[in-house]
Write a protein that binds this ligand. Structure first.
Ligand code: PLP
Length: 418
């Protein structure tokens, strides 16, 4: 199975997740050389895609996908925040979604067949995917999102594009949406009628671009040796990208999986058991995931041995109250506004420093622009925040969604009729 087939299939026929067979070690020379962000991306992704894309083709895709800036905000000598939210939908998912849309569209060129992308979202995936695939010929996108559990802004971003983007508003949780998408992929009837594909973090094409910014962050800091990354985690796709970057040669002291009250992963590190739970609703809603899909991939990387996992990953869970206090604290102390997801990441780094007394450089991945969560943040800091222009425009448009129950049969009926 090559990259191209895994890209279009999403899920393996046995329901499992695709994972690269081998992860090349690129060596410090490569990482220390002077490279633009797209060049860095090509260097890291090419080994995985070389059977299907030439270097020049991959280069075109990366130049066009990663045409927005990244930045690092230093809070103090040791701690900084890696701002991954300067793409069109103001969340880190733009990196993966734009890459995926451009690779798929590359492979579909000169072909007449249409494909349908099914994607479940807890908020930001949907808008990033919708935006990435908007108006790309031959691709229809159907987004499933949990009714009343995404912010007003996120909902507008999902439901106002139109054209080849359809939003299904599901009367259920994110886990229900995800279950429905998985069921569709395992349904022979649907598979025979449609070319279905997935854009969730279960798709291996989402993982590859999510390893690149870890390397970029390390390059900004590299004279200091291994660094600590703290990753606000829900479905654990982002952190899996970090683990890949580590295997490719980026020195890391520790990678911290910071979660909200959805604490299946921190409990797994404690007990060695994965206890399935339903998602709990929190203010960092893009991480409201019961059982993270990418847990399988993480277990695979560590040969199903939780003790090995613990050598590289630490994990803690934080409440909404801690998250709010953290937003307020960072605002007061550094005059810097972070969104609730990033705050969970900051809490994880603080916890790690308390437990270990480490002074190594620490980088918190900032996964969303605070403006996307103004409804949550404004009461916390007690003042209005100005929305970025792209959000102001989306807010003025009319929502356009199709309401649906959480029964898979309803989704199937809809797809067959469509
Ligand atoms: C999706 C998302 C996350 C969680 O990322 P995973 O890859 O699912 O762990 C964190 N923050 C924001 C803002 C997100 O949109």
């Amino acid at each position: 199975m090559g990259f191209k087939d895994a890209l279009f299939q999403g899920l393996a026929p046995d329901g499992g997740l695709y994972m690269p067979e081998t992860i090349p070690h690129l060596g410090t020379d490569f990482f220390q050389s002077e490279l633009s962000y797209p060049e860095l991306a090509v260097g890291m992704i090419h080994p995985f895609t070389k059977d299907d894309l030439t270097h020049a083709q991959l280069s075109d895709i990366c130049e066009s996908a990663f045409d927005f800036p990244l930045s690092i905000k230093e809070l103090n000598e040791s701690d900084s925040v890696l701002e991954l939210f300067h793409g069109p939908t103001l969340a880190f998912k733009d990196f993966a979604a734009r890459f995926m849309a451009r690779t798929m569209s590359h492979f579909l060129e000169n072909k007449n067949n249409e494909i349908t992308i099914l994607v479940a979202t807890s908020g930001d995936t949907g808008s990033a995917v919708a935006n990435g695939f908007f108006n790309i010929e031959g691709i229809n996108v159907i987004i499933l999102y949990p009714s009343n559990r995404v912010s007003a802004l996120q909902e507008k971003q999902l439901t106002t594009l139109g054209e080849n983007i359809i939003a299904l508003e599901i009367d259920g949780s994110f886990d229900d949406c995800q279950r429905m998408v998985k069921a569709a992929f395992q349904d022979d009837d649907l598979q025979n009628r449609y070319s279905l594909s997935s854009a969730n973090s279960i798709n291996v094409a989402r993982l590859l671009p999510q390893s690149v910014y870890y390397a970029w962050a390390w390059k900004q800091n590299h004279e200091t040796g291994p660094i600590i990354f703290s990753v606000p985690s829900g479905n654990f796709g982002n952190i899996t990208g970090g683990l890949l970057a580590n295997r490719m040669g980026i020195p890391m002291e520790k990678i911290i999986a910071s979660t909200n009250s959805n604490d299946v992963f921190p409990n797994y590190l404690k007990t060695g058991n994965v206890e399935k739970r339903d998602a709990i609703h929190t203010i960092s809603n893009a991480m409201d995931v019961g059982v993270p899909s990418n847990l399988d991939r993480i277990q695979n990387l560590f040969h199903q041995d939780v003790n090995q996992v613990k050598t590289e990953i630490s994990s803690w869970s934080f409440s909404d109250k801690e998250t709010k206090d953290c937003i307020r604290h960072i605002q007061n102390e550094f005059d810097y506004l972070i969104d609730p997801h990033t705050a969970v990441g900051v809490l994880g780094l603080n916890e790690y420093r308390e437990k270990t007394n480490s002074n190594s450089k620490g980088v918190v991945l900032s996964t969303a622009h605070p403006g996307k969560f103004s409804d949550v943040i404004e009461p916390i800091i007690g003042k209005k925040i100005t929305l970025p222009e792209s959000l102001q425009i989306a807010m003025k448009k009319d929502k356009n969604s199709i309401k649906m129950s959480k029964q898979f049969s309803d989704l199937k009926e809809y797809l067959i009729a469509a």
